[in-house]
Design a protein around this ligand. Sequence first.
Ligand code: ADE
Length: 230
Amino acid sequence: MKIDVFTLFPQWFEWFHSQRHVTNALALGHELEFLDLRGSTPLGAGQVDDTPYGGGAGMVIRVDVVEAALRARYGPQAVEPSVGHRVVALGAGGRRFDDELATELAGEERLTLLCGRYEGFDERVHEHLATDVVSIGPYVLSGGEAAAMVVCDAVLRKLPGALGHADSALEESFSPALGGAPEYPHYTRPPEWHGHRVPDVLLSGDHGRVREWRLARSRERLRPTRPEIG
Ligand code: ADE
């Protein structure tokens, strides 16, 4: 998989790039690149944004700046009529990011993420350059960078081999293996801490009972938030 992240702050991703599951994914041949929207702007002095028509606070990232960035990366024909793969603009008003969407995106060979700043993108970026607008939650961030890291993190850990332990992603919160429920609780040593004991069943060595107990705890955690599944 090749992921390109367009941002005004590519250096913010240096830390993210060095995380274990990211380096694992890169070692497997996947690619992750961070591209500076200012690097290809057709405007003078590195300008990328402008004041909103109709007035109001803040600045809006220009559609011609995003177009130039996509053309510089994918070729002069890239945006006519589309880049040819999923182009996700991060924005608070978009489709809610969840495990299902992470799995969907992990199945793509190529993925582009567009990080907005300030008041976000000119609406024509959403309408004509992006294939999706995605939000990581019902709150407003100062920009799409943190959201892009969330999306990359959730998508990359789904790629086979990205996690140290192959089973880690199979039976985790919201996975089909748990029927979309949150994951069951985990315990490790010591078996007793200030009088709080690890549930006996986990120390029993009986794999069947352990599995039953885990599924039951997972479903219990579901009820308060999604009673329709529980
Ligand atoms: N940009 C600003 N807020 C955002 C959010 N909640 N999700 C994705 N991108 C955003």
